[in-house]
Design a protein around this ligand. Structure first.
Ligand SMILES: Cc1cc2nc3c(=O)[nH]c(=O)nc-3n(C[C@H](O)[C@H](O)[C@H](O)COP(=O)(O)O)c2cc1C
Length: 258
């Protein structure tokens, strides 16, 4: 653990968050990794269900294969550790087996959402723990690009789906934190805010993020957040296999509940 991080409060660590994509060629000790994952799993968890599994991928050939399935992002290769976070209802299935109970309930949307929320919480907890000791992190949603192949590579049993990866490593780059939406766009009082109010906040953020990229010397064709989000709209729909794989795994997100 790095000494210069010991005095930082949790809030300071969180406020300093940036995604790091370049890492020094230095390992993360096994004990530290264990501490981070253990701390990460101390999060709140729906009904103590603990519906998250973390798979560390360290063997070079294996890492190479998994990285390829995540559009071969360079930061995965460069990271000192790569963790795959999976929504996991398999353990509940085992509980049912142990007590000779049927578990059709695992195939509904609420079970799926519960497992996703649990998994996201553990991943963010591990990320904050890692940042608190000076590690850099980058989450990898591309773990869902080819879920069938990822499921095969990681040997995921029924009722387990990949949610996102997490690159960890000692940072080889320093960035200013990327500004977020003005708080009033996110924090509403008592009732959801008017669209006109929200558009004003978005418009303000468009200016803030454009100035940020300019101050960083980063050229983006049209850096306005609202425009970048428009370009993203189609991309979200591209991961059609997310739902298909969840269905195959028995986490049937499209089944009507009655
Ligand atoms: C669930 C999730 C998936 C992400 N997937 C990727 C990814 O595949 N590749 C990548 O470079 N960054 C990825 N990111 C990082 C985001 O791009 C980044 O958090 C966002 O642009 C804000 O920048 P910042 O984290 O530096 O503040 C992901 C973040 C989240 C939360």
């Amino acid at each position: 653990m790095t000494d210069n991080n010991h005095h930082r409060s949790t809030i300071e660590v969180m406020e300093a968050h940036v995604s790091v994509r370049r890492f020094r060629d230095e390992p993360i000790g096994h004990d530290l990794l264990e501490t981070l994952i253990e701390a990460g799993t101390r999060d709140s968890t729906s009904s103590n269900m603990q519906a998250c599994t973390v798979i560390s991928i360290t063997v070079p050939e294996h890492r190479k294969r998994v990285a390829e399935l995540c559009s071969d992002q360079a930061q995965i290769h460069a990271s000192a550790a790569f963790l795959a976070f999976c929504a996991d209802m398999h353990r509940l299935e085992l509980c049912a087996q142990m007590h000779d109970v049927t578990c059709d309930e695992l195939g509904n949307t609420e079970a799926f959402v519960t497992a996703l929320v649990d998994t996201a919480l553990v991943m963010e907890n591990v990320a904050v723990a890692a940042e608190s000791v000076g590690l850099g992190i980058c989450m990898i949603g591309a773990l869902r690009n080819q879920p069938f192949e990822v499921g095969e590579a990681l040997g995921l049993p029924r009722h387990v789906v990949p949610v996102a990866g997490l690159c960890l490593g000692w940072p080889a780059e320093v960035h200013e934190p990327k500004p977020r939406l003005p708080l009033d766009a996110v924090w509403h009082r008592e009732r959801y805010r008017d669209d006109d109010d929200l558009k004003r906040s978005i418009d303000a953020y468009d200016g803030i993020i454009a100035a940020f990229y300019e101050s960083q010397g980063r050229h983006v064709d049209d850096p306005r957040w609202s425009k970048v989000m428009c370009n993203l709209l189609g991309k979200v729909a591209q991961r059609a296999d997310t739902g298909r794989f969840a269905n195959k795994q028995g986490l049937n997100v499209q089944r009507a509940e009655g």
